[in-house]
Design a protein around this ligand. Structure first.
Ligand code: HEC
Length: 134
């Protein structure tokens, strides 16, 4: 009984800590949680070709470095659409909208974009208003 009461006290304290701080306006267009989910999708469906460091290899292009330069003038809707239609190469179109947005968030993170408080949307109209480089 005593142990249980203590557990509740600890949980309550933990809860009050996380809800005490009001969400500060952070830059970034995806959440850390979303990118973490994207990393899982990546590990299951992309890493075998695009590699752990997203650097690709001789027959798979990288998703960092020159990739960011190539996409610099595009918006995220075209990248999300391209990704959804063509990847993973062994099963194009198999990612659902949520996983597609998550893996895109992971790619933005790998390209140095900081996480924020708003999840990256999957809605093409919203993505079309977001340049690759914010
Ligand atoms: C079987 C190997 C393979 C797998 C698995 C794979 N890709 Fe690819 N990917 C490629 C190849 C090859 C290309 C280049 C040819 C093309 O665009 O179809 C490519 C191209 C891309 C591009 C465009 C790159 C550019 O320079 O514009 C993106 C973005 C991408 N892949 C993301 C992903 C993501 C995200 C996943 C996992 C959901 C994934 N790929 C899974 C092989 C793969």
């Amino acid at each position: 009984m005593h142990r249980l009461a203590m557990m509740f006290a600890v949980l309550a304290a933990a809860g009050s800590v996380s809800s005490a701080a009001p969400p500060a306006p952070t830059p970034g267009r995806y959440t850390a949680e979303q990118a973490a989910h994207g990393a899982q999708v990546y590990a299951q469906a992309c890493v075998m070709c695009h590699k752990q460091d997203l650097g690709g290899d001789f027959d798979t292009p990288p998703l960092v470095g020159r990739f960011a330069r190539n996409w610099a003038d595009s918006n995220l809707a075209s990248l999300a659409d391209d990704l959804h239609r063509t990847m993973p190469q062994f099963a194009p179109g198999s990612l659902n909208a949520q996983d597609n947005a998550a893996v895109l968030a992971y790619i933005l993170q790998a390209n140095g974009e900081p996480a924020g408080t708003q999840p990256l949307p999957s809605d093409p109209a919203a993505l079309a208003r977001m340049p690759f480089k914010p």
